[in-house]
Design a protein around this ligand. Structure first.
Ligand SMILES: Nc1ncnc2c1ncn2[C@@H]1O[C@H](COP(=O)(O)OP(=O)(O)OP(=O)(O)O)[C@@H](O)[C@H]1O
Ligand SMILES: [Mg+2]
Length: 373
């Protein structure tokens, strides 16, 4: 579901921007510091409710301004059977307006289909996004929280009950950790642990199913980008195999109490990624790591389309960094084949020359001004 139109106001160095977009490739070309990443950051905020660069909204709102706005119009397919967007549309509407406003005091207002007070999770449902940026290989090289977020993106979009279940699990887990500090025996925890265990098993099952389904697609794309390597994805659910979570909580009570928190569980889950049997970070070069991240993210997008009919939007920042021209072309061809909307930032037109086609649109970015041309 592509964005037809994008309006950005008071976002970093972008005072005001209102552009009509291509449903295919949109190129953002401009010198360092001109505002290319900021455009991608604004679109990301529309789909995630936050920036991918800064956790402090105050840094993102334009200096000397009190608030920022990002609005978009999402084109709907003529035969729209997507329940998420159907909630907000009349049958004769083929564009869904969405918007986010953030204030310096930290408050956020989300509007979907002209209705205020909507939830960020709802916005995320209607704008599935995939970001590929120069620091993106933290997915492969850093801690498990990045890979949990990767799995949970897919589960969030494929299991409607996941978001609530995961929220309830996190709240119960926090309560358990507080109780561990005062409990005199396991009996005081057992009632809560039964609820926690039911949620944990369900969440793990969804995640495991998702990884199993994604595996084939991820392997095929890695094969296309990095034919010399064979990727292996293995889901680790966060606690020992063959042990029920309720049993584990009871068995580990003394240890958890001594440490003051619950050591094992779905909040420790990971996706173990190896190539040719060795952890990726020990084998792949930076460019190869970037290609593997691209393969995994494009695989997620393809899988989403297969499962739900939804297209995700790809944001690719600093397209040329670390990729040689042959690899750039391969990635571009692969994205084109998905038919998805893609935003690509690059310093020069030369670096994206291979990707241009009749459908694509070029935007020149300079000092926070975005002009089509
Ligand atoms: N809160 C803010 N208010 C105004 N300007 C800001 C704010 N935060 C950052 N900037 C400026 O906005 C610009 C943002 O640039 P951005 O990161 O989008 O550039 P870019 O075109 O992606 O550059 P590069 O090619 O170096 O990646 C920078 O010049 C930065 O100094
Ligand atoms: Mg940039």
């Amino acid at each position: 579901m592509p964005l037809n139109r994008l309006i950005i106001q008071q976002f970093r160095n972008i005072k005001a921007c209102d552009i009509e977009l291509s449903s295919g490739f949109n190129f953002l070309i401009g010198p360092n510091g001109s505002g290319k990443t900021s455009v991608l950051e604004a679109i990301y905020m529309l789909g995630h409710g936050r920036s991918f660069k800064s956790s402090l909204t105050g840094r993102v709102i334009q200096n000397q301004c009190d608030e920022l706005f990002v609005h978009g119009r999402i084109r709907q397919p003529e035969a729209n059977n997507d329940q998420e967007t159907a909630l907000f549309l009349n049958s004769d509407q083929f564009e869904l307006p969405v918007g986010i406003n953030k204030q310096r005091d930290g408050s956020t207002e989300v509007k979907i289909g002209g209705q205020s007070g909507q939830k960020l999770a709802q916005l995320a449902k209607v704008i599935p996004l995939q970001l590929i940026h120069p620091e993106g290989f933290e997915l492969l090289t850093d801690g498990p929280k990045h890979r949990r977020a990767f799995i949970d993106w897919g589960v969030f979009h494929s299991q409607s009950a996941f978001y609530d279940a995961w929220g309830r699990f996190k709240r119960l887990n926090k309560q358990r950790n507080a109780l561990l500090k005062t409990a005199r025996s396991y009996r005081e925890l057992s009632y809560w642990d039964q609820q926690l265990a039911t949620l944990a098993e369900q969440i793990s099952e969804w995640r495991s199913e998702y990884v199993a389904q994604l595996g084939g697609q991820a392997q095929a794309l890695c094969q296309a980008f990095l034919p010399e390597f064979e990727i292996q994805l293995k889901y680790y659910r966060g606690w020992e195999k063959d042990t029920a979570y309720s049993e584990l909580l009871e068995n580990n009570f003394d240890r958890d109490q001594a440490l003051g928190y619950t050591v094992s569980g779905p909040n420790k889950a990971d996706l173990r990624i190896k190539v040719n049997g060795t952890p990726v970070e020990d084998v792949l070069s930076r460019g190869q790591l970037k290609l593997m991240v691209c393969a995994l993210r494009v695989a997620q997008g393809q899988h989403l389309t297969q499962q739900t009919g939804k297209q995700c939007i790809y944001l690719i920042d600093d397209f040329a960094s670390e990729l040689d021209s042959q690899r750039r072309k391969r990635l571009a061809d692969c994205l084109k084949a998905t038919g998805a909307q893609v935003f690509v930032s690059s310093i020069t037109e030369h670096q994206i020359a291979d990707m241009r086609d009749d459908k694509g649109k070029m935007f020149h970015v300079e000092h926070g001004t975005i002009e089509q041309g």
